[in-house]
Design a protein around this ligand. Structure first.
Ligand SMILES: Cc1cc2nc3c(=O)[nH]c(=O)nc-3n(C[C@H](O)[C@H](O)[C@H](O)COP(=O)(O)OP(=O)(O)OC[C@H]3O[C@@H](n4cnc5c(N)ncnc54)[C@H](O)[C@@H]3O)c2cc1C
Length: 474
C-alpha cells in the first residue's frame, strides 16, 4: 500500500466517511474560490469537526510529510486557500467547526469556532444587543478563521479597526499537531511578545486557527447613510477631513465610488436606478452610527450644508429609512458583481496615506493610461483607511490570451508609482500566491531574514500552506 493510501486510510478511520472527501466530484467545491480561479485537486479534503480532530489531522500530516491547506469560506482573493497545482496538498476545511461557544455581553466578547461564518457571528452578537463590527461583501460566506488569517478589514475599519484590533484570544493548531491555547478574553494584556498577533494576517502559513475570542461593541441603535456626488477626488478627501471633525468621530464608513462603478452596479442589478438627477464623476457613500440620544440626522444635514458651501459636495441622497439605506449600499455591493461580469481584470488592494490619495490617483492614472489608452480604470475603496481598489479592466477588444500579461505589466507600473508614495501593495487581501513576487521584491534583507525565521520557527518542515507569502522552498 502506498504511503498516501495509508495516510488517507488513517484519516478515514479518524474522521469517518463524513469527515473525509476523496471523490473528485465532491471535492469540486473546495478547489475554486469566489473569483472562480482553480489551480489543482488536493489529495483529499479533511473536514474535522473539533479542535482535537484538527490537531490529529495535522499530526498525521506532519508524520507523513503531507502539505496542508487550511480553508475557510474561499472568498480570499490571492489564491491562498486553493490547493496547489501539484495535487500534493490536503485541504483542511474548517466548515464543520461552526459553533458560537460563548457570549459575554458584559465583557463585550464572543468566543467562536474558527469555521463560524462572519454573518452568523454578527447575528449571534446582535441577539445580546452587541455588535461584531467587521463588515465586508463576502460576510455571508467568509469564516472567522479566514478573517483572522487574512487580517480582514472591510467597511468599518475607520471606526473599529481591522481584525487585528478585534481579536483578544486565539486557539491554534500548530503544524506538528500541538495546540496553542490562547483563548484569553482580556482587553489589556502586556505579557511579553504578542504571539497571537503573528497569526493575524499569516494566511494559514503558521498554523490552523480553530477558535477565537472576539471583541464586541455596543450595538448602534441608529445609523444614517448618505450617497453624495462630488467633483473630484480632492473634494472627497477634503470632505473626509470635514466629516471626521463634524461627526464627533461617529463615522463608520466612508467609501469612494467613481461614476463608472455606479454604472457597473446598474448593469449588474437592473432594478437599481441612477441615485441622483445628474451624474457626478465621484461619489461618497458614508454612514454614521451611534447608540443613545444623538441627533445623527441633523449632524449629517449640517455636514452636507457645510460641504456644499465649500463646493465639495454637489448633490446628495440621504436615506431616511433602513430600506433606503440598504438601497444605497446595494450600489456598493452590485458594482463588485458588475466588475466580475466583465471577466478578467486587474484587482488591487493598495494603500497610501489618506492625504496623498488625490495625487496618487492622478499620477497612477496617467501612467496606466499612457501604457494602455484603451483600458478602463476603476478606482474605488475604503478611502477613510487610505485603501484603494485601483482596478483595471483590459481593453474590450483585446484577445483573452493577451489579457493576463497585459494586466501584469500594468500592475508593475502601478506598483512603481505606489513605491513613490511609500504605499502598500496589499492593504486587505494579503499576499497569498498572487502578490508574492512584488511582495518579495520589496522586502529589505532584514525583513526577509526575520520573516523567513518566523516561518521556520513555527513550521520547520514547511508543510503549512507552502508557497503562500514565501516560496515553498524558502
Ligand atoms: C465580494 C468580496 C468582498 C470582499 N471584501 C473584502 C473587504 O472589504 N476587506 C477584506 O479585508 N477582504 C475582503 N474580501 C476578501 C475575503 O473575503 C477576506 O480575505 C476573508 O477574510 C477571507 O475569509 P475566508 O474564510 O473566505 O478565507 P479563505 O479564502 O478560505 O482563506 C483565505 C486565507 O486564509 C487561510 N485560512 C482560512 N481559514 C483559516 C484558518 N482557520 N486557519 C488558518 N488559516 C486559514 C487560507 O489558507 C488562505 O490563505 C472580499 C472578498 C469578496 C469575494
Amino acid at each position: 500500500m502506498s504511503d498516501t493510501t495509508t495516510f488517507l486510510n488513517e484519516l478515514t478511520s479518524l474522521l469517518g466517511e463524513r469527515g473525509l472527501v476523496r471523490e473528485p466530484d465532491a471535492m469540486a467545491r473546495y478547489v475554486s474560490d469566489w473569483a472562480g480561479d482553480t489551480l489543482g485537486m488536493p489529495i483529499a479534503v479533511a473536514r474535522p469537526a473539533t479542535t482535537a480532530e484538527v490537531a490529529e489531522v495535522a499530526k498525521r500530516c506532519y508524520e507523513h510529510g503531507i502539505a496542508m491547506t487550511p480553508q475557510g469560506g474561499h472568498s480570499g482573493l490571492v489564491a491562498g486557500a486553493l490547493p496547489a497545482a501539484n495535487g500534493q496538498e490536503l485541504v483542511i476545511s474548517l466548515e464543520r467547526l461552526n459553533s458560537v461557544r460563548a457570549i459575554d455581553p458584559v465583557n463585550f466578547t464572543v468566543t467562536v469556532d474558527a469555521g463560524c461564518i462572519l454573518e452568523n457571528v454578527k447575528l449571534a452578537a446582535a441577539e445580546h444587543d452587541c455588535d461584531f463590527p467587521l463588515s465586508l461583501g463576502a460576510q455571508g460566506s467568509c469564516q472567522i478563521g479566514g478573517n483572522i488569517a487574512t487580517n480582514a478589514g472591510g467597511l468599518n475599519v475607520l471606526r473599529y479597526g481591522m481584525m487585528r484590533e478585534l481579536v483578544l484570544g486565539l486557539e491554534v493548531v500548530l503544524p506538528d499537531g500541538r495546540v496553542w491555547e490562547g483563548l484569553d478574553a482580556l482587553h489589556k494584556d502586556n505579557r511579553g511578545y504578542d504571539l497571537q498577533q503573528l497569526f493575524l494576517g499569516s494566511e494559514g502559513t503558521l498554523g490552523i486557527v480553530t477558535g477565537a475570542v472576539l471583541k464586541l461593541s455596543p450595538r448602534p441603535t441608529q445609523s444614517r447613510t448618505a450617497l453624495l456626488g462630488l467633483p473630484s477626488v480632492q473634494a472627497v478627501i477634503d470632505l473626509y477631513g470635514l466629516a471626521r471633525r463634524e461627526c464627533s468621530d461617529l463615522l463608520t464608513a466612508f467609501e469612494l465610488i467613481p461614476r463608472r462603478c455606479v454604472e457597473l452596479a446598474m448593469e449588474a442589478t437592473p432594478e437599481l436606478r441612477d441615485p441622483m438627477d445628474s451624474a457626478y464623476p465621484w461619489y461618497v457613500l458614508m454612514e454614521v452610527a451611534a447608540t443613545g440620544p444623538v441627533d445623527l440626522g441633523s449632524m449629517l444635514e449640517q455636514l452636507l450644508e457645510n460641504g456644499m458651501e465649500r463646493e465639495l459636495v454637489l448633490d446628495g441622497a440621504l436615506a431616511s429609512s433602513d430600506t433606503q439605506s440598504a438601497q444605497l449600499w446595494q450600489f456598493r455591493e452590485s458594482m463588485l458583481e458588475g466588475q466580475r461580469q466583465r471577466g478578467e481584470h486587474l484587482r488591487t488592494d493598495i494603500s497610501v496615506p489618506i492625504s496623498t490619495i488625490p495625487d496618487f490617483v492622478t499620477q497612477a492614472s496617467e501612467v496606466v493610461m499612457a501604457a494602455s489608452p484603451e483600458c478602463e480604470i476603476i478606482a474605488y475603496g475604503h478611502v477613510g483607511d487610505g485603501n484603494l481598489h485601483f482596478n483595471i479592466l483590459p481593453p474590450t477588444a483585446m484577445a483573452d490570451s493577451d489579457k493576463k500579461a497585459h494586466l501584469h505589466d500594468l500592475e508593475a507600473r502601478l506598483f512603481e508609482v505606489l513605491d513613490d508614495f511609500h504605499g502598500s501593495i496589499s492593504a486587505e487581501h494579503g499576499i497569498g500566491r498572487t502578490k508574492q513576487a512584488p511582495y518579495l521584491a520589496r522586502l529589505s534583507p532584514i525583513e526577509r531574514e526575520l520573516v523567513s525565521g518566523v516561518k521556520a520557527l513555527f513550521d520547520p518542515k514547511g508543510l503549512m500552506n507552502p508557497g503562500r507569502i514565501l516560496p515553498a522552498d524558502d
